[in-house]
Design a protein around this ligand. Structure first.
Ligand code: CMP
Length: 137
């Protein structure tokens, strides 16, 4: 099915000037950027975004990290976009990410793993409505 999914480029990816590289890989794959913005995330938005991790020990630090500098939010549309993007990004822990994936090529740290992408289509719908409110896509 044609889906729209959410990708965030985290502060480290923006600081390292990887916006173009990541966007290019997504477009080269045949997926379409249907929303794109550079923003400074509000703390409340970051907390809502990571709500499923609220009880985890790393919750505070990932919220701190996501709000530590500018990020890019992208809506990405295409055939099985959620799964295709997850595969392109590689394992959450970049140490385990295969070469050829974005993390496998550009990251080493679990916190600064360059991108967030929605885990499934239900998460994508929730996260898209958070980062791209009604009427902004
Ligand atoms: P992300 O896909 O943005 O979703 C949750 C984030 O928490 C994850 O990427 C990691 O960057 C971060 N994180 C930090 N520590 C851990 C951990 N031990 N396990 C999983 N995710 C972690």
């Amino acid at each position: 099915p044609i889906e729209t999914t959410l990708v965030l480029i985290k502060p480290g990816g923006v600081q390292r000037n990887l916006i173009g590289t990541i966007a290019q890989r997504i477009e080269q794959r045949g997926l379409t950027l249907s929303g794109l913005k550079l923003i400074k995330a509000e703390r409340a938005t970051a907390e809502e975004h990571y709500a499923e991790h609220r009880e985890r020990p790393f919750f505070g630090s990932v919220v701190d990290y996501l709000t530590s500098g500018p990020i890019v939010a992208m809506a990405v549309t295409g055939e099985n976009a959620t799964k295709a993007i997850r595969t392109m990004m590689g394992a959450t822990n970049p140490v385990d990410a295969a070469p050829g994936t974005i993390r496998g090529d550009f990251a080493l740290s679990i916190e600064d793993n360059l991108t967030h992408s929605s885990s499934d289509p239900e998460a994508a719908a929730r996260e898209l409505s958070l980062w791209f409110p009604e009427g902004t896509l």
